[in-house]
Design a binder for this molecule. Structure first.
Ligand SMILES: Nc1ncnc2c1ncn2[C@@H]1O[C@H](COP(=O)(O)OP(=O)(O)O)[C@@H](O)[C@H]1O
Ligand SMILES: NC(=O)OP(=O)(O)O
Length: 316
């Protein structure tokens, strides 16, 4: 029987560097990633592909703001920018997967599901933005931008530059989880929970309403994986493995690690907040909610990682 994996692709891992940020560059990265995901499917996996949107949602929001400042165009609310990324990135992944399925005569197809994710309107995250979006800026650029936009909150993003941050409430419920579960178990490759899902709150009468925020896609993917009892949560990001003392001379790769050991390493501050820490927290949450195994690796190592040859493997 096929194993069911939720595989979460980082928004940053779809953008190779500052010189490769166009939609076409991103599609090239998506096509590469699709080949690696198919390398997993070949090994007997059914997959739900989830993806980030940090850079992309920030680009769309900034375009809207500039169009508003320069041409008086209406602003696009952040929640709609997030929904736009779900469609645009989902379209690219769906097309790339389908082209590859067809090329290899695999008789499978991919489809993208608009996914809403319920958050708590009283989540303290609304008062304390933490989710980096959009471009990376140098310290000098960040100071200038902050002066021009006093309402922005900017932080240093894991030593990679300065970025604008927005509210990132915790996901509580994946609204479309039953249909996602049904479709993947029928054999579709389902693209869902894009950008962590479109954040919505439940109103008194039970109706849903969008809110301006960006949900962490690793937390949302972890919740989805636990709720549909996926066998594995796989997080695909910019590094082949997780490291202790990352970026220091005594850096050490983690090959196999237990949840208990990971919790100890979190206490020892081995994982940067805003980048690796949320991934580790998402993996711990999945494992504590009944998950059997999680892997963290980069897109090009996916097939080798599920074969046990690389990546960081997390066990109970
Ligand atoms: N301990 C660590 N081990 C490995 N990578 C780390 C660690 N701490 C921070 N990182 C950084 O976190 C990055 C992943 O976070 P990020 O780029 O924000 O994710 P995403 O791929 O979801 O966009 C890695 O590429 C690496 O630069
Ligand atoms: N929404 C989200 O978590 O995006 P990134 O993976 O790009 O940070």
């Amino acid at each position: 029987m096929a194993k069911l994996a939720v595989i979460a692709i980082g928004g940053n891992s779809l953008i190779r560097d500052n010189d490769h940020q166009t939609v076409e560059d991103q599609y090239d990265a998506v096509c590469e990633t699709a080949k690696h995901i198919i390398g997993m499917i070949d090994q007997g996996y059914d997959v739900i592909v989830t993806h980030g949107n940090g850079p992309q949602v920030g680009f769309i929001l900034r375009r809207s703001e500039i169009a508003n400042e320069m041409a008086g165009m209406h602003n696009v609310p952040l929640v709609s920018c997030g929904a736009d990324t779900q469609g645009a990135i989902g379209y690219q992944i769906q097309q790339a997967m389908d082209n590859e399925f067809r090329r290899r005569g695999m008789g499978k197809s991919a489809l993208t599901l608009i996914t809403q994710v319920v958050v708590d309107s009283n989540d303290p995250a609304f008062a304390k933005p933490t989710k980096p979006i959009g471009s990376f800026y140098t310290e000098e650029q960040a100071k200038k931008i902050q002066k021009e936009n006093p309402d922005w909150v900017m932080v240093s993003d894991s030593g990679r530059g300065y970025r604008r941050v927005v509210a990132s409430p915790k996901p509580q419920e994946i609204v479309e989880k039953d249909v996602i579960n049904k479709l993947v178990r029928e054999g579709y490759c389902v693209v869902a929970v894009g950008g962590g899902g479109i954040p919505v709150v439940k109103q008194a009468d039970g109706s849903l309403k969008g809110v301006d925020a960006v949900i962490d896609k690793d937390f949302a993917s972890s919740l989805l994986a636990a709720q549909i009892q996926a066998d594995e949560l796989i997080i695909s990001t910019g590094v082949p493995k997780v490291y202790l003392n990352y970026g220091k001379p005594e850096e050490k790769a983690l090959d196999k690690v237990t949840v208990g050991e990971l919790k100890e390493y979190v206490k020892q501050n081995h994982f940067a907040p805003g980048s690796m820490l949320p991934k580790i927290q998402a993996v711990i949450a999945f494992m504590e909610n009944g998950g059997k195994k999680a892997i963290i690796t980069n897109p090009e190592s996916l097939a080798e990682a599920v074969a046990g040859k690389t990546g960081t493997h997390v066990y109970q």
